[in-house]
Write a protein that binds this ligand. Structure first.
Ligand SMILES: Nc1ncnc2c1ncn2[C@@H]1O[C@H](COP(=O)(O)OP(=O)(O)OP(=O)(O)O)[C@@H](O)[C@H]1O
Ligand SMILES: O=P(O)(O)OC[C@H]1O[C@H](OP(=O)(O)OP(=O)(O)O)[C@H](O)[C@@H]1O
Ligand SMILES: [Mg+2]
Length: 291
């Protein structure tokens, strides 16, 4: 019997970053213009492009078995799905996206309580209403179709609740962040029945493991070197690693080989120290995945 997992790729801000991450994880997803059904080089998968705002709904209804969307939209829709894992990436960076309360740069507003009776424009209406209601601050929350920052600049509203990553849009419009309401990262969602199906669950777990291990390997490298036996203790003490560095014997020699995983940024500080301690034949190699 052939098995197929129907998988949702988020269309929009997370689309390219998600396809790039799948590529690192070992899946080639090809999106041709105007088609909402990307090709994938895995006979056990079918991909569909779905707006993250609707991903939770379609996963809940089993239109698709699993998919990736921002946790912000899953919370907004209160979708009844299994959250398999989170992955920290955004449109351009490896940082969470932040939903923030924003006003004009010259506004006197210092906190959410200063917005009693105000009109707030946002794409995230349900979450924003709940946020203010929980604090007993009466506000009028209006749905925005996008380009939300322009509305507070124009005086069409008193404040906005908007997603930000680099902060450049807020800065470019002369706006000011009052406070952060929520951080959001992409999450892998699964339909409850699909998660209960042994084959589908294993497939979803395979995808989760490989996506997460590809993210974990970013910015990390392997470092390998040879050292005389009497220097190994000092060298291993200064090497960071996932557990402890691996030490193995060189054939027909009293020298040892030492191997470790570390952040690429640490290498330039550590290598001169290793040489001083007597390490030789040092090699640095890239890592695709850390599992
Ligand atoms: N820089 C960013 N800007 C907007 N959304 C981001 C960004 N980084 C990550 N996200 C996440 O992407 C999702 C928004 O996806 P969506 O496709 O709705 O974006 P969008 O900005 O509305 O798309 P579009 O490209 O059509 O404007 C949310 O879950 C959000 O948290
Ligand atoms: O903090 P930044 O890095 O500047 O990113 C935030 C901006 O990115 C998104 O807009 P998008 O490009 O999706 O346009 P949109 O308004 O049409 O949704 C979001 O709605 C912000 O406007
Ligand atoms: Mg947008």
């Amino acid at each position: 019997m052939s098995h197929i997992l129907n998988f949702g790729i988020p269309k929009g801000s997370l689309e390219n970053a998600t396809v790039d991450l799948f590529k690192k994880a070992g899946w080639q997803i090809s999106i041709s213009s105007r088609s909402y059904f990307p090709g994938v080089d895995d006979a056990e998968m079918n991909c569909k492009l779905i707006r993250p705002q609707e991903m939770g709904r379609y996963v809940e209804r089993a239109t698709i078995d699993a998919g990736i969307a921002g946790r912000d939209w899953v919370r907004e829709n209160e979708a009844d799905v299994v959250e398999v894992c989170e992955m920290v990436y955004s449109k351009v960076s490896r940082r969470p996206a932040r939903w923030v309360l924003v006003v004009n740069g010259d506004s006197a507003v210092k906190g959410p309580e200063d917005l009693r009776g105000a009109t707030i424009s946002t794409e995230l209406v349900g979450f924003t209403k709940r946020y203010f209601a929980e604090r007993n601050i009466p506000v009028n929350v209006e749905f925005s179709w996008g380009a939300t920052e322009a509305k507070v600049v124009d005086g069409l509203c008193d404040a906005i609740v908007e997603v930000t990553e680099t902060g450049s849009t807020i800065k470019a419009n002369g706006l000011r962040i009052v406070c952060e309401l929520m951080e959001s990262v992409p999450v892998l969602l699964a339909n409850r029945a699909s998660w209960a199906d042994p084959w589908k669950r294993e497939k979803i777990e395979q995808i989760a493991t490989l996506l997460k291990s590809s993210l974990a390997a970013e910015g990390m490298v392997g470092l390998k070197m040879n050292a005389p036996a009497d220097k190994v203790e000092l060298i291993t003490r200064m090497l960071p690693s996932l557990k402890t560095p691996t030490v193995s014997h060189l054939y027909n020699s009293d020298w040892l080989s030492i191997e470790s995983i570390l952040s690429e940024k640490e290498v330039r500080q550590i290598v001169p120290e290793l040489i001083k301690l007597g390490a030789q034949g040092i090699i640095e190699y890239p890592l695709n995945k850390i599992i």
